[in-house]
Design a protein around this ligand. Structure first.
Ligand code: PEP
Ligand code: MG
Length: 758
């Protein structure tokens, strides 16, 4: 046996000894405080740490030192830290372990002289979580500056599961405090997070990951637990297979489920759980322990794609727990008006819920570009993200209001709060109905200028909005999403089927297929990953496509075949210099010739466009225009490179407002150059969803837009309320002026002219 393996085996035995000792302590008759002190002593004597302390959450939300070995005993029941204060507060609030070899240097370190912690350097804190709530924190500290190993963190987490169970029993508080803690956990709360899908929704809290049924932590019979785990895994695998063959899920991207299958059979994951059962845990506790380790890893991963995959794994762990408890692993049955809370949620899991009952979504962590957000947007479900805490505060059935515009969540709202949101929702419903009624109206200004409004599409579900919004067509179909969700490169046949269906659903309206903008942070699992410091400026888009014809050519083949007999519009992303167009065009031509030679039906026309997403491309519009049939401004990337500000960075989000003379004059120049070259130009960045920015872009001469579906109705109404001649004069007068924010002034001008801004 290798040294490493021997060590791991010894570690497993160690944890199981400790857990057994803890088990004996819990079983002995003693007061809650005595029991806690004995547990602290057992843990301290077992682990290589100078201090072992337990902090418990109080009615005030403070964390009180309840028991310690190693700190001054006078500090017990005296030292308190606020929620989020000090390292202990951070652990409780974030519900994540915190490990540092130099605690005093940590930005959140809070010094408490009464504890006598001066000589301590290293810190390991794990939260005591029960039913999604942080009930306290277990802390290990050492004088030496040392690194705690993954095994030690894992052991601390296993111990924390048991401690949380004792804390949840309420035996550690007097009855008055127990009542107060209960009240504290049920007061009205609100959170400000991130709006992902707009809209106001009311409903009752339902949990995607229902609190796992109570289960034992220690195994009486390790072999039996190992067998239970294997049975659970087999049932999980069978259920994923069943999901895949369920024809009711046809419209869900199949590839998403394929990823689940991949994980369900993942050897590394299965093996780590097996090891945990060998260390003396029950099958359920083993799954939870590995899940906690994964969540800790997830917190450190920056790559959005990998994070999404870790979320999928978290989802599978929950399913496995439900299989082990004998509950059905089917999604929870939703109450009639459900606001679904999830720590993480995969798009497949979302699609499994009854859409008729789902009113809103709160996901601890999800970005606006995550797959689950894209699906929720397609379904029109208001969605907010950005707070894991909301999950620990709400309880099943609690009244909840969410506002996807403001990114707010109100749990158990007061009457006044609920009333004001009801009013807002009523207003929104009226506006929506009014906008839908206007979908047939021409998007022409008061002075007779026509502005074409098309729609951005990410997944096939979006196509339903083509009719409801009255969009003229699809101005941007982001094909790479199909590449990202799969476990393997989608074959040309699979791609062809999708593109064919999209054209079918478009029913004659034009569709612009943007070729896969892969690479950088949009790396598919099967692609060889390259570390790049600045992936947005790295090997992506057409750069990758021309270097890897194996990726690009099957897509061209699929597009040409899918559009047989119809018009095909192909758009190349991330072009920087004209010769990249020539290289891509040559590859496209080879596929055209290939199909012609085989005598197959061709598209009735093939039109080619390029995206203007880099300042280099914007500077040479004429050269580009000569080579293509149409141009498209990718405003998201163009603004990112113009301001040199990462579009995904939270810190940069509001730093530069594109509604300023410099950026607007830049767009005016592009629009003028496209016009001079006689090539149609579409603006397809998300900025057109901002009504003031949409007006400004019209003001600088853009006449064709592709926008998210929800932005089209308000945009049409805006155009119909404008005198574009007057608007253009106002904007053009200012774009050559020195740089300054124009937003406030511009809004006043538009309001004074009676423009429809909402
Ligand atoms: C853009 O950059 O504006 C664009 C439309 O492409 P994406 O957002 O997919 O990068
Ligand atoms: Mg782009």
């Amino acid at each position: 046996m290798s040294e490493r393996r021997k060590k791991a085996k010894a570690g497993e035995r160690g944890i199981s000894d400790l857990l057994r000792r803890m088990h004996d302590v819990v079983a002995a008759v003693a007061s809650a405080q005595e029991r806690l002190d004995k547990l602290t002593a057992a843990i301290a004597s077992h682990v290589d740490s100078d201090v072992c302390s337990i902090y418990l959450r109080q009615p005030s939300d403070e964390l009180e030192l309840y028991s310690t070995i190693g700190l001054n005993l006078e500090a017990v029941h005296k030292t308190r830290l606020k929620w989020g204060e000090g390292l202990v507060g951070v652990v409780a609030k974030s519900q994540q372990p915190l490990v540092t070899s130099e605690a005093p240097l940590h930005p959140n370190f809070a010094y408490r002289p009464e504890t006598g912690e001066d000589p301590l350097h290293s810190f390991l804190g794990v939260p005591l979580i029960r039913s999604g709530k942080s009930l306290g924190v277990l802390v290990l500290q050492n004088r030496a500056s040392r690194r705690y190993t993954d095994e030690e963190v894992g052991a601390a987490q296993a111990v924390a599961i048991l401690l949380a169970e004792i804390a949840a029993s309420g035996e550690l508080f007097d009855p008055h405090t127990t009542a107060e803690v209960g009240e504290m956990l049920h007061r009205p709360e609100w959170f400000a997070g991130q709006g992902v899908v707009p809209g106001v929704a009311f409903g009752r809290a339902a949990f995607h990951e229902p609190p796992t049924p109570k289960h034992k932590v220690f195994a009486r019979d390790a072999e039996l637990e190992a067998k239970r785990l294997e049975d659970g895994l087999s049932r999980l695998q069978a259920s994923v297979e069943a999901m895949l063959s369920n024809s009711a899920l046809e419209d869900a991207p199949r590839e998403v489920l394929e990823t689940y299958r991949l994980f369900a059979y993942d050897r590394g994951w299965n093996e780590r759980m097996r090891a945990a059962t060998r260390s003396g845990l029950t099958a359920e506790a083993a799954v939870e322990q590995v899940q906690l380790e994964n969540r800790a890893r997830m917190a450190q991963i920056k790559d959005p794609y990998l994070r999404e995959r870790m979320h999928d794994l978290d989802d599978l762990s929950n399913r496995l727990l439900r299989h082990l408890s004998g509950e059905s692993a089917a999604p929870a049955v939703l109450p009639d008006e459900a606001i679904l809370f999830a720590r993480t949620l995969g798009p497949a899991a979302l699609l499994e819920y009854d859409r008729g009952k789902l009113r809103g979504l709160i996901v601890g962590e999800a970005s606006a570009t995550s797959h689950v957000a894209i699906v929720a947007r397609s379904l029109g479900i208001p969605f907010v993200s950005g707070f894991v805490n909301a999950l620990s505060i709400a309880e099943e059935g609690d009244e909840v209001v969410i506002d996807g515009d403001l990114g707010e969540v109100h749990i158990r709202p007061t009457q006044e709060i609920a009333d004001s949101f009801r009013e807002k929702r009523a207003l929104q419903t009226q506006q929506k109905a009014a906008l839908a009624a206007e979908r047939e109206l021409p998007s022409v200004s008061r002075d007779g200028v026509s502005v074409d409004l098309l729609m951005n599409v990410g997944i096939p579900l979006d196509m339903a909005h083509l009719e409801s919004t009255g969009a003229l067509g699809v101005g941007l179909f982001r094909t790479e999403l199909q590449f990202l969700i799969g476990a393997q490169l989608p074959r040309a046949g699979v791609q062809q089927k999708l593109y064919g269906e999209i054209l079918e659903q478009a029913a004659g309206k034009p569709v612009v297929f943007r070729t896969a903008d892969l690479g950088g942070d949009k790396a598919a699992a099967y692609m060889q990953r390259r570390e790049e410091a600045n992936p947005a400026m790295g090997w992506r888009g057409m750069r990758m496509a021309v270097d890897r014809p194996g990726l690009f050519r099957p897509q061209m083949r699929a597009l040409i075949a899918a559009a047989a007999g119809k018009e095909l519009n192909v758009l190349f992303p991330m072009i920087t210099v004209a010769r990249e167009i020539d290289a891509a065009r040559a590859l496209l031509n080879r596929e055209i010739e290939f199909r012609k030679r085989r005598g197959r039906e061709m598209p009735s026309a093939i039109r080619l466009g390029v995206m203007i997403e880099t300042p280099a491309a914007a500077w040479r519009i004429g050269e580009f225009a000569d080579r293509v049939d149409f141009l498209s401004i990718g405003g998201n990337d163009l603004a990112q490179f113009y301001f040199a500000a990462d579009r995904d960075s939270e810190m940069m989000r509001r730093r530069y407002d594109p509604l300023e003379p410099g950026f607007l004059s830049f767009i005016a120049r592009i629009a003028g150059a496209a016009d001079a070259a006689g090539k149609p130009l579409t603006f397809c960045g998300e900025q057109s969803a901002d009504i003031l920015m949409a007006a400004a872009l019209v003001g600088v001469g853009v006449r064709r837009f592709s926008s998210p579906a929800s932005a089209i109705g308000p945009f049409r109404r805006l155009v119909r309320s404008l005198d574009i001649g007057e608007l253009s004069a106002w904007v053009r007068e200012r774009i050559d002026e020195p740089q300054r924010p124009l937003r406030g002034e511009f809004e006043k001008f538009l309001v004074s002219k009676g423009a429809a801004l909402s």
